[in-house]
Design a protein around this ligand. Structure first.
Ligand code: NAP
Length: 269
């Protein structure tokens, strides 16, 4: 199959109000000459970004929506596919929780699973069916994480949600291997965004940490892998090495090492 050509095409980006999603939208407009469709809850941020993207010649659209709400997800799908063709979709919106699993509230667990898992399955299935119907080489990018590659003590529900996404993305790609579409699962390590800060991990995991990537290079590598139609992509040499080591080492050891690292930044009880 040919590379994904995003030039002058409409491309959905969820979680476009901040961090990786915002940077993906920027690079889609600037470097790929695409027209991003911006989705998140914070409309004011989407409006500011849309204005910026118009400045580089894009025709952005925005849909304020909450990924935890099934009716909002249906609306996003309808609004992005009914009026004009959609070439590609990036499901990037996500939330985390850092701390002891027993201290994460039921509300937070439900919100995390709805955003990171239910919304991804719901929209992925809708868009893959849509791309298959159109038959013109659509692409779906799922933003997962290296947290999907082993258990994540102190980000237990988040790690499990991303393990779901990486497994689901690869399975979906294989089910549609003979169809004119691609499903790419992107697994970054740490990225210097609000997510790390608001989870309370920023003191250690900031842009000076060797395992934390800047958002610009991370977004570029994500879009390169997406355009190449890679099945799974881990960005950065150090991340690739870490991913390989965690595959080769006993899972119990890798889990202990993650826990040891995270205990250093856990809020003191
Ligand atoms: N930062 C990292 O170290 C890291 C590492 C690996 C993978 N990732 C993954 O990268 C993706 C982007 O994260 P980020 O680091 O860029 O975090 P971020 O800066 O906190 O951005 C998260 C985005 O998701 C949106 N979002 C969250 N809940 C939502 C909801 N219920 N409905 C709609 N949108 C929602 C937010 O928008 P609103 O709040 O405006 O709705 C925001 O635009 C996530 O899937 C994350 O798991 C991050």
């Amino acid at each position: 199959m040919q590379k994904l050509d995003l030039s002058n095409k409409r491309v959905l980006v969820t979680g476009a109000s901040s961090g990786l999603g915002l940077e993906l939208a920027r690079q889609l407009a600037r470097d790929h000459k695409a027209h991003p469709i911006l989705v998140a809850r914070r409309r004011d941020r989407l409006e500011a970004l849309a204005k910026e993207l118009e400045g580089v010649g894009a025709k952005p659209e925005l849909v304020a929506a909450d990924m935890t709400r099934p009716d909002d997800r249906a609306r996003v799908f309808n609004e992005t596919t009914e009026q004009a063709p959609l070439a590609a979709a990036i499901l990037n919106a996500g939330v985390t929780y850092f701390g002891h699993a027993l201290e994460q509230s039921a509300e937070s667990v439900d919100g995390l699973i709805a955003t990171n898992v239910s919304a991804v399955v719901d929209l992925a299935v809708r868009y893959v069916a849509y791309f298959k119907r159109r038959g013109d080489g659509g692409g779906l990018l799922l933003v997962s994480s290296m947290a999907s590659l082993q258990p994540m003590p102190y980000q237990a529900v988040y790690g499990a949600s991303k393990a779901f996404v990486t497994s689901f993305g690869q399975a979906l790609a294989e089910e549609h291997a003979d169809d004119p579409l691609s499903v790419t699962t992107f697994c970054p390590g740490g990225i210097a965004t609000d997510m790390i800060e608001s989870a309370g991990m920023g003191e250690k995991y900031n842009k000076n940490h060797p395992m934390v990537m800047g958002v610009e290079p991370c977004a570029k590598l994500a879009l390169d892998a997406f355009v190449r139609r890679d099945r799974v992509y881990v960005p950065g040499a150090l991340n690739k090495l870490t991913a390989l080591s965690s595959k080769l080492a006993p899972m119990s050891l890798v889990t202990k090492l993650v826990a040891r690292d995270y205990r250093e930044v856990l809020p003191k009880r």
